[in-house]
Design a binder for this molecule. Structure first.
Ligand code: BJ8
Length: 439
């Protein structure tokens, strides 16, 4: 199967079929080159490899089948969008393409050059009509997290229906009250698509499914990062699984992640690691890694390190908290529970955001990591500025830290690799010195 077999469908939703096929071909080649040659991959990765081959094929057919049944299809760029409501309505809520360099030149015909590559890439996908997820969306749900995104929605709305959710930048009571109203309004947008009221029980069912998905990812996170001597899966594979979670059918995905975790549990029991025992174990902090942005993980894991966690929205920040709904008796109560959960997201768009720093230190200690890489996309002011406070805290705790600012172009891949290599060498030296001193 794959894109070729779904040409008619792709054409019918406005995809530029020829350009899309070329781009998918290049994406699959990059995936094969960077993923399939990794040694001793878990067998459970076969499903995620298959999904990659159908990422813009069968999955798009599934989403359009839902639309034919009047179920909502909502594209997003942020983990603040309450997907529980879309899932409760039987629909699909997914992340849109925004991790490729190939669409940036087109985007720069409408957007300034000096804004974050994620926003430009996503905008370019729409202009090129090369993201089948965008083309399948009833609407795109934007948010007011950062300045560039907030203004880019106004331009994107010329090309596709866009709703914008007002996310406050502080977490005072009055801000949270407004936020709860925004969640309610989101539900009303979904009801407008389905032309049907969404019941409390349906919303609760949506929450249960999303909770199960997040729990599966929490399990994967523990298995990959909490055993200092055993890394049963590479960081790059774990990142890819998390990336796919923003596109796949929720129940199938949850089942496949749990099946993979069963296998990883066996590996941990049998002391089967994909990296040698003393491999430096790094956490990556910062902005999201939209596929196919695998540059940093590839650099780390081809120079003798491994990534054991992403403190990122395509990572821990997405799955760390579930929604508590068990005794929620009314729609209003459910909105409040959703808001409570979503307000725990420690995105750098908030001020103050000290909880993020505490969480990083806690995660670092729990995982007995060896260092962190603070990663920001170029021109992401919130994460870039916040890095000052994070670095200060890292220094205070004696945590080795490397800062990398990058975009989607392949040009700096060599330079990143060299810097990561030097960082890993310094960590290895420090570990050896510590071991020697303790003798
Ligand atoms: S909750 S991190 S997904 S806003 S990287 S577009 S912030 S300039 S992606 Fe984000 Fe939601 Fe926050 Fe997460 Fe702007 Fe920065 Fe670009 Fe960003």
């Amino acid at each position: 199967m794959g894109v070729e077999q779904h040409k008619d469908l792709l054409g019918s939703i406005g995809v530029d079929v020829e350009r899309h096929a070329k781009m998918m071909g290049a994406g699959l080649e990059a995936y094969k080159a960077q993923f399939l040659g990794q040694p001793n991959r878990p067998k459970g990765m076969a499903y995620f490899d298959w999904f990659m081959s159908e990422i813009q094929g069968q999955r798009i057919a599934e989403i359009n089948q839902l639309r034919a049944e009047k179920k909502p299809a909502v594209g997003t760029f942020c983990i603040f969008v309450p997907e529980e409501i879309v899932i409760g309505a039987g629909g699909a809520c997914y992340g849109l393409c925004g991790g490729s360099n190939a669409t940036i030149a087109d985007a720069e015909t409408e957007l300034p050059r000096n804004i974050c590559p994620l926003i430009k890439s996503a905008h370019g996908f729409k202009l090129q009509r090369t993201c089948a997820y965008t083309q399948s969306s009833d609407f795109i749900y934007g948010e007011t997290t950062c300045e560039a995104k907030k203004k880019a929605w106004e331009i994107l709305a010329k090309h596709h229906p866009v709703h914008v959710m007002n996310i406050p930048h502080m977490k005072r009571e009055k801000d949270l009250k407004m936020w709860t109203e925004e969640i309610k309004e989101f539900k009303e947008h979904i009801e407008a698509v389905t032309e049907k009221k969404l019941s409390l029980n349906e919303m609760k069912e949506g929450v249960r499914k999303v909770n199960a998905k997040r729990s599966a990812l929490q399990r994967l996170d523990r298995l990959r990062g909490m055993n200092p001597d055993i890394m049963p899966i590479s960081g790059k594979d774990a990142l890819f699984i998390t990336q796919i979670g923003f596109m796949d059918d929720i129940e199938r995905y949850t089942q496949k992640v749990n099946e993979l975790c069963d296998e990883l549990e066996e590996r941990v029991k049998n002391q089967e690691s994909v990296f040698p025992k003393d491999t430096p174990r790094l956490m990556v902090l910062g902005t999201p890694f939209a596929p196919p942005n695998w540059k940093l993980h590839t650099a780390v894991e081809t120079t003798g390190g491994c990534v054991i966690n992403e403190e990122s929205c395509i990572g821990h920040r997405y799955f760390k908290d579930n929604v508590d709904i068990e005794d929620a008796q009314s729609d209003d109560e459910l909105y409040a529970r959703l808001m409570t959960r979503y307000a725990k997201i420690d995105c750098a768009c908030f001020t103050p955001n000290t909880g993020r720093i505490d969480k990083i230190v806690q995660m670092y200690k729990e995982r007995q990591a060896d260092g962190v890489i603070y990663y920001t996309l170029s021109f992401c002011h919130t994460y870039n500025v916040e890095s000052h406070l994070v670095l200060e805290a890292m220094q205070k705790e004696g945590i080795p830290c490397l800062v990398i600012e990058s975009d989607y172009s392949p040009e700096d891949a060599g330079q990143i690799k060299t810097r990561v290599e030097a960082f890993l060498e310094s960590i290895t030296f420090k570990k050896k010195a510590q071991a020697f001193a303790s003798k």
